[in-house]
Design a protein around this ligand. Sequence first.
Ligand code: F6R
Length: 260
Amino acid sequence: MAEVLIVDSKEAAGALVADHIAALVAADPQFTLGVATGSTPLPVYQALAAHAAAGVDFTRMSAFALDEYVGLAEDHPESYHSVIAREVTVPLGLDPARVHVPDGTGGDVATAGERYEAAMTEHGGVGLQLLGIGTDGHIAFNEPGSSFGSLTRIKTLTEQTRVDNARFFDSLDDVPIHCVTQGLGTILRAGHLVMLAFGEGKAEAVAASVEGPLSAGMPGSAIQLHSHVTVVVDEAAASRLQHADYYRYSQANKPAWQGL
Ligand code: F6R
C-alpha cells in the first residue's frame, strides 16, 4: 500500500520532499527527477531552490515532465515548457539540455508520444516521480477512463480539468483541449512515486486513489499497482481517508532509517 504522510502545511510537505530529493542528488548527481506542473509541486520546487542556494549542485540532474498542452507555443507563459523552465530549470540551475518536456507544438504531434517514450527509455527512466492529482482523479493528464497500461500519447482534457486550469489563463476558451501526457503505464515505471495533494478539493480523489478500488474511472488508483509510493497530504486533503488514524500511527512510528 501507499505510505501516507499527513503534514501541517504545503510548506512542510515541500521541505520534506525536497530534503529527500536533495539527498538523492547529493548521492547521485546524475539523478533523474520526474517533474509535475500545476500548483501542487510548487512548495517542493521552492524548497529545492533553497537547497540550490545553499550549495546543492543540481547541474547534472535530469528531469522529465509529465505532460504538455497541445497547440500552445512553447514560449507561452503557461506552456509546461515555460512553467518548468521558470519553476525548476532556472531556480535550480539545471542544464536545459537535460530537461525534457513532451512536444505539443512540433509539426508531427501524432508522434509526440512515441518520441517521448523513446527519449525516456534511451535515458534510462525516472528515479522519483512527483505527482499532483486533479479533482477528477487524473494524474498527469490521464483523465478518468485512461488505461493502466497507457503510454505517452495525446489525450483530450475533460471540461472539469479545463475549468480547474482556467485560473492560469485569461479565459476558459484559452485553455487547450488536448495535451500530450505520460500514460499511467509510463508513470508506473518510475522508481518511486511521490504524490502530493493539498486542500479539501482533493480529499475525495486522494481517498479514492489510496483506499478505493482499482479503477480506470479513478486514474490515481493506479498508484496502488506500484511497489514504492509516498502520498504527502495536508489535513484537508487527508480528511476523507478512512484509515487516517493508522497512517498517523505509522508515521509516528516510522523507522528513522526508512527515509521517504
Ligand atoms: C500536471 C499534472 C496534473 C496536475 C493536476 C493538479 O503536470 O500532472 O495532474 O498535477 O492537474 O493540478 P494542481 O496542482 O494545479 O491542482
